[in-house]
Design a protein around this ligand. Structure first.
Ligand code: SF4
Ligand code: SF4
Length: 280
């Protein structure tokens, strides 16, 4: 048996939590016999920063990208909307971005493709009910039979792999989106309301619509947003996404990331009180 053969190992997600310093052997590229075998039949969940980069690369608006390249799904535990990269309708369900030479969007490939064969997970634990739940981020390894990269001798730590694949910026930009799936600040019933679901979809995935919502609706009359931020939202899509995450946390996680203008909260309270008045 070859020294590095994985034939005696169980395939799938490995039940071992890894840290940034954990080591693993792997190599991938055109020189590996299985090159692009993994780009078929994958369930690729797109994070907000994946969508921003891919739509920019393809020269599309976010509604155009979402319509043509994705399918919607609902996250089971949180009921929040997810967006999956659409695979082709050929027998092998080939990724739309795969060409003979490899990935045609390689520099802007989704975070899941970047990380592979490492996965990133976040757990929320609350051993003391008096204290706020703590988030714990960890990594895990994915072994798949078709992937021969695990038999290569090149050794990495998880941190080296993440750096090599350019995953740091992805993690920074997608952190709040990931946290929303674990947040239970808003009760399940309210989180499932259509209005909240629509807002989550727009802030996380449909940034061009969110920009219009901020700049062309009464949004700026309701929230205190300084001129510099408004200018950045117009010009810079990374800043737009950061602002969208601020608003998403305000709505979905009830964090004080936005400042309503005077009178708006009172108006809202009056409206709620009127809604809850007993009907005669
Ligand atoms: S199957 Fe594994 S080694 Fe082969 S191309 Fe995909 S990730 Fe790389
Ligand atoms: S986006 Fe690129 S790397 Fe990811 S599955 Fe598609 S072709 Fe492969």
């Amino acid at each position: 048996m070859e020294e590095n053969s994985k034939s005696d190992q169980q395939y799938g997600v490995q039940p071992v939590q890894l840290t940034g310093k954990s080591r693993f052997c792997f190599n991938c590229g055109p020189e590996v016999e299985c090159f692009t075998k993994c780009c078929h039949g994958m369930e690729i969940i797109l994070a907000p920063y994946d969508i921003l980069r891919l739509k920019k690369r393809l020269g599309l608006t976010s509604p155009e990208f979402l319509l043509n390249y994705t399918i919607p799904k609902q996250h089971e535990e949180s009921s929040l909307p997810l967006v999956l990269l659409k695979m082709g309708d050929d027998e092998e369900k080939t990724c739309s971005f795969l060409t003979e030479k490899g990935c045609s969007v390689y520099e802007d490939r989704p975070s899941i493709c970047r990380y592979y064969p490492i996965g990133l997970a976040t757990l929320k634990s609350q051993p003391d009910p008096e204290k706020e739940a703590a988030e714990e981020r960890f990594f895990f390894q994915i072994l798949e039979e078709h992937c021969l990269g695990h038999n290569e001798k090149k050794e990495w730590t998880v941190d080296e792999w993440r750096r090599d694949q350019g995953a740091d910026k992805d993690d920074e930009m997608n952190e709040d989106w990931q946290a929303a799936f674990l947040s239970r600040t808003v009760p399940d019933k309210e989180r499932g309301e259509t209005q909240r679901q629509t807002l989550f979809y727009m802030t996380c995935y449909d940034l061009d619509t969110f920009r219009r919502f901020v700049l062309e609706s009464s949004f700026l009359q309701k929230f205190d947003v300084d001129d510099e931020t408004v200018e950045k939202i117009r010009e810079d899509e990374d800043e737009l996404l950061r602002f969208a995450m601020r608003y998403m946390k305000y709505v979905m996680m009830m964090e004080e990331t936005m400042k309503p203008k005077g009178g708006v909260v009172e108006e809202w309270r009056e409206k709620k009180a009127a809604e809850n008045e007993p009907k005669s």
